[in-house]
Ligand binder design. Structure first.
Ligand SMILES: [Zn+2]
Length: 79
């Protein structure tokens, strides 16, 4: 079994705005069958939770939100 994790985000013009969560899929290394996380066995769910606890959503996935906050702050300060 090989487990892969994906982080997705909402975006405008390819600029990430905010994270829309993480997903995990497990692929059998023998027959290449892919399991979505809603079909994980108890053991797979435990592994997924352990990895989730050790990893974070990439901060770059919030860069658009940061840009908007800075833009609003600049607007407030200069106008
Ligand atoms: Zn298999």
């Amino acid at each position: 079994m090989q487990m892969s994790f994906y982080a997705s985000y909402a975006h405008i013009l390819q600029i990430p705005l905010f994270s829309t969560g993480r997903k995990a899929v497990a692929e059998c290394t023998n027959c290449q069958e892919v399991l979505e996380e809603e079909y994980f066995t108890h053991d797979l769910t435990e592994v997924q939770q352990q990895v989730n606890a050790k990893t974070i959503v990439p901060p770059l996935h919030f860069i658009g939100l940061g840009i908007m906050v800075v833009a609003v702050l600049c607007f407030e300060i200069f106008y």
